[in-house]
Structures are given as C-alpha cells and as structure tokens.
Design a binder for this molecule. Sequence first.
Ligand SMILES: Cc1cc2nc3c(=O)[nH]c(=O)nc-3n(C[C@H](O)[C@H](O)[C@H](O)COP(=O)(O)OP(=O)(O)OC[C@H]3O[C@@H](n4cnc5c(N)ncnc54)[C@H](O)[C@@H]3O)c2cc1C
Length: 188
Amino acid sequence: MYDVIIVGGGPAGQSAALFTSKAGKQTLVLDNGKGMTQRAYLKNHYGAEELEGNALLDVGRKQAEGFGTEFKEATVSKIEKTGESFTVETDAGESFEGRQVILATGANQALAEAIGVKTVPATEPRIKTVIDVDSEGRTNIEGIWACGTAGGVSVHTIITSGDGARVAVNLLSELNGERYVDHDMIKK
Ligand SMILES: Cc1cc2nc3c(=O)[nH]c(=O)nc-3n(C[C@H](O)[C@H](O)[C@H](O)COP(=O)(O)OP(=O)(O)OC[C@H]3O[C@@H](n4cnc5c(N)ncnc54)[C@H](O)[C@@H]3O)c2cc1C
C-alpha cells in the first residue's frame, strides 16, 4: 500500500513526489512518457542554466528517487475507491493501492474524465480542459488531488513544478493535521 500514488511524471508530478517521499510517505509515480516537457527548451526556469526539458526531468527524477520515490512506466486507465484507499489500474493490467492520489497528467484529462473527476474548460492557451480544483488542489473526489497544468496553472515549468510542491504540502498538512513545512539548514 502506497501513501501517495502520483499519475504523471512531468515537473508537477515529480516535484510533488519529491516532497511526499522526503516527508516519509511511500510514493509511487506512474508515467507514460507522453508529456509536453520532453519537447521544451528552457531559458526561464529560475535557478537553472538554460537546459532541455528532458534534462530537468532527469534531475527531478533523481532527486525524488533519492528520497525513496518509485517510478514505473505505465498508462493509468482506471482509479477506483475501495474503502479508505484507491486501486489504480494500468492498461497493462497491473494494479496498485494508494491512500491518496495526485493527478499531474499535464494537458491530458482523459483519465480524470473517465473516473468522474470534474473538469472545466481551460483558460491557458492550447490547453482544452483542466481539473476543477479547490484552492488547496483537491478535486471533487475526496483523496484525489490535482496539480500543474492538469490543475489549471500557467503552463511554465517553474510554475507547474511549484504547484506540484504546493499541492503536496497541502496534502501532507491534511494527513498530519497541521501545516507542513520542509526546511533544511546548513550544518555547522
Ligand atoms: C514545445 C514546448 C516548449 C515549451 N517551452 C517552455 C519553456 O521554454 N519554458 C517553460 O517554462 N515551459 C515551456 N513549455 C511548457 C512546459 O513544458 C509545461 O508548462 C510543464 O512542463 C508542464 O508540466 P506538467 O507536469 O504539468 O505536465 P507534463 O510535463 O505534460 O507532464 C504530464 C505527464 O503526465 C503523463 N500522463 C498523462 N496521462 C497519463 C496517464 N493516464 N497515465 C500515466 N501518465 C500519464 C504524461 O505522459 C506526462 O509525462 C513548453 C512546452 C512545449 C510543448
């Protein structure tokens, strides 16, 4: 049983995974490698020299894996609530159990629509629909959250990755029953 299953391993999903796994939550990222970041060349990601989107994803994955996140290449086709948790199924017939789910599926809301997560028309250029979230990133299904492009934020890596972190912090705060802060200090 995973604490958090994240669908989508772009900047939003990876950044959320970094936070949840660093907080000690068993985290699984399921991604099918069809994101838009693979095609991006980035000159506007704060704190990073200009780089290809793939290079950003490689570093982000290593960071998240370093804190224990598991990654699997898979297309998620179904998510069903089973009691207090969710069964997440792939089109290859695998299934995984998770207590919380984060949808970070970029511009593709097919999964959300298939499982009854409410979507709305997008306001960002070239994005058709996004998931209807509250101010914390919750969807209409309790325990399913959404972030990044899927959550309706501006389509830039610095913003989608920041939104993944923001929604993860909100999820962790809800699980812990108090606001969660993750700060490391320079060791003397
Ligand atoms: C050509 C191009 C150039 C760009 N240039 C820039 C730029 O210069 N600067 C900038 O800031 N931004 C740029 N962007 C935008 C940037 O890539 C996005 O804003 C950002 O990376 C989106 O992050 P995300 O995690 O929300 O989505 P994505 O990176 O799209 O990740 C979503 C992931 O979810 C996966 N997924 C979806 N559905 C499923 C499913 N059912 N099962 C499993 N996996 C699934 C996809 O395969 C994908 O890996 C560019 C985009 C494009 C297309």
